[in-house]
Design a protein around this ligand. Structure first.
Ligand code: EPU
Length: 355
């Protein structure tokens, strides 16, 4: 096992923040995990699992041992009457998996094309886009308990998926009743493999304004999965910055939800507010619109900026040579939260993990 000391992380986080890992070990399979857990110096210390680094803000050098997940492989595991079960290693690039499934005739992930990050990170925040969330296509996953070294599998219910949320984002809360959130797995488990159930009776998920626009423009009202995949790629490339060119972590805040009464109250004051009715009676508000309405689009604090085509995305304006710091990103994020709170009385919750 190779322990890399003072390992640079700038190219391992999509913001391009220039932090270092005090120590880093690459995990390519079970043997690497076993080696870490049998090493007297590493076994008991805190650990931080790093995937594609597309949903983190590094506010300094990382002191816990960084486990960089590089477990590869994608295959059709088996099929049931209703679904193809696809299995992929946690270190596979998410978009490459989406492309591979479509090329091999297993549709279902097309609406989530071009989401940055790795397969192993996809269940952690239950990624989603254009009406499909990971939990809609999820079968199960394998993980390793970083304290005991034991492997275990979780089904969807055990992952306790929510909007950009899962059991992997919560620390365990001692004393609470044993439910999935109470036995939170934050920093406790390393996801090794994820399995997806892609339905044989495929149906397109349309309905989002951007997709409707593509249908109108092209005159195609019965798109197949590959067509939707290409549209999603075009839509995302037009409005979201490519992290290879401008560092960012996707949407920086979650879209807040409010009760129907609260929404009515806000609409009285802000008639133009973009909102979506949810099935449970609550209303989701577009955080990008709220931030935009406060005049943040295109603004900067230090090298941290608000993307000029989508106010929900914070970007690194300093590039690789003079990169943004995690502190600047968080200062900008706090200033945005304050102004959205002062104007709308709403608290925005960051989406990325702050390290
Ligand atoms: N809007 C503005 N100004 C802005 C940005 C947005 O007025 O600067 C308005 C838009 O015009 C639109 C509404 O806000 O009416 C919503 O914007 P958009 O359709 O771009 O989607 P979003 O709510 O900003 C969410 C996800 C994205 C996902 C898209 C498409 C969250 C936090 N974000 O964005 O996910 O790709 O929907 O489904 O749920 C991510 O999580 O990193 C991510 C990119």
């Amino acid at each position: 096992m190779l322990v890399e000391k003072n390992a640079p992380l700038q190219s391992s986080n999509s913001f391009g923040i220039a932090a270092k890992a005090h120590a880093l070990v690459r995990i390519r399979g079970q043997a690497d995990i076993d080696a870490v857990l049998h090493d007297a110096a590493l076994r008991d210390g805190p650990k931080f699992v790093l995937g594609g680094g597309s949903n983190i803000v590094l506010t300094g050098d990382v002191k816990p041992l960084v486990l960089k997940v590089e477990i590869k492989g994608k295959r059709l595991l088996h099929e049931t009457a209703k679904a193809w079960i696809i299995e992929a290693g946690a270190g596979e690039n998410w978009h490459d998996l989406v492309t591979w499934t479509l090329e091999n005739g297993y549709p279902g992930l097309e609406n989530m094309a071009l989401i940055p990050g790795t397969v192993g990170a996809s269940p952690v925040q239950n990624i989603g886009a254009y009406g499909v969330e990971l939990q809609d296509r999820f079968d199960s996953l394998d993980a390793v308990d970083l304290t005991t070294g034991q492997s275990f599998s979780l089904n969807a219910a055990q992952c306790a998926f929510g909007y950009r949320d899962s059991v992997f984002k919560h620390a365990s809360a001692p004393g609470e009743a044993p439910n999935a959130k109470a036995v939170g797995l934050k920093d406790k488990a390393l996801i090794t493999r994820v399995r997806f159930a892609l339905p044989k009776a495929w149906k397109p998920v349309l309905g989002y304004a951007d997709i409707e626009k593509k249908m109108l423009q092209s005159g195609q009202n019965k798109p197949d999965a590959l067509q939707i995949y290409h549209w999603i790629c075009e839509i995302r490339r037009a409005k979201l910055p490519d992290p290879q060119v401008i560092g960012n972590a996707g949407s920086f805040f979650k879209n807040p939800t409010v009760s129907a009464e609260q929404c009515e109250d806000i609409i009285q004051r802000e008639p133009k507010i973009v909102h979506y009715q949810l099935a449970d009676g609550t209303v989701k508000l577009a955080a990008g619109w709220l931030i935009d309405a406060c005049g943040w689009k295109g603004k900067s604090i230090g090298q941290a900026g608000v993307y000029d085509k989508q106010a929900l995305v914070l970007v690194n304006r300093g590039g690789a040579d003079n990169p943004v710091t995690g502190g600047e990103v968080m200062t900008l994020a706090k200033a945005i939260q304050t102004s959205v709170y002062e104007r709308f009385g709403l608290r925005l919750e960051p989406e990325p993990v702050v390290v």
